[in-house]
Design a protein around this ligand. Structure first.
Ligand code: TZP
Ligand code: MG
Length: 232
């Protein structure tokens, strides 16, 4: 798989940025500039997520984002679309429960690709581990306008239950959903007290993408994650 970039650094999930191109989150901001600023501020991994763009648009934006993330030496993952990840040489994909099976994605992208899976339950987390996922996105933690899927809201208790059940296999994990500077330390703390295995970081959309100063927002969040009262 010649197109697939090698990324021989350990995956750092400390501050995981997921993009959103919808006007209600992005406003009139420029996504490329926001991502660049956010990585400068401390984002350690970027997922390009756009549920509305056509394939051509996805490939064009992913190509530009990849130029930015490569320059800054952070991995770029593509939400849902294994073909787009392959086309632009991204470091991996983030897949939901209804997307391509992990083994199929691995066959297409190769053994070095980063494959992340969304898990809302212990069963999904266990299946993702068995399937060979590299990390988990667990959530949704809190209700969020960014994703209007209220069925998947599991709170910090739901996250803690999944982490607890994962003690045997310790798949790297980030929590997602409604996380911002005012609740991030509570999320990290509450999910770590009842489980020996704590989160490796948090994933955010609007807390960075919709921030007036994405670089500052990212550096504040990074500081809060790194200084939270947990063992991470
Ligand atoms: N998956 C679960 S919640 C969510 C995704 C992609 C959106 C999180 O957005 P925000 O703005 O960080 O609450
Ligand atoms: Mg998906």
């Amino acid at each position: 798989i010649l197109a697939l970039a090698q990324f021989d650094m350990p995956i750092d999930l400390t501050l995981y940025l997921v993009t959103d191109s919808t006007p209600n989150v992005l406003g009139d901001g420029d996504l490329l500039h926001i991502v660049e600023e956010a990585v400068n501020g401390g984002v350690s991994i970027v997922q390009y997520r756009d549920k509305h763009a056509e394939t051509g648009e996805l490939i064009s934006m992913a190509t530009k984002l990849h130029q930015v993330t490569q320059r800054m030496a952070v991995p770029l993952l593509i939400n849902d679309r294994v073909d787009v990840a392959l086309a632009v040489g991204a470091e991996g994909v983030h897949l939901g429960q209804d997307d391509m099976p992990i083994a199929t994605a691995r066959k297409i992208l190769g053994k070095d690709a980063i494959i992340g899976i969304t898990a809302t339950s212990i069963e999904e987390a266990q299946a993702a581990h068995k399937g060979g996922a590299d990390y988990l996105g667990v959530g949704t933690v809190f209700a969020t306008p960014t994703k209007e899927d209220t069925k998947s809201i599991i709170g910090t208790a739901g996250i803690a239950a999944i982490l607890q059940a994962m003690e045997d296999f310790k798949l790297p994990s980030v929590a997602i959903g409604g996380i911002n500077a005012s609740n991030v330390q509570r999320v990290l703390h509450q999910t770590s007290i009842s489980a020996r295995h704590s989160l490796d970081g948090v994933a955010v959309v609007s807390a960075i993408v919709a921030a007036k100063d994405p670089r500052k927002a990212a550096s504040e969040l990074k500081y809060l994650v790194q200084n939270a009262a947990t063992k991470i």
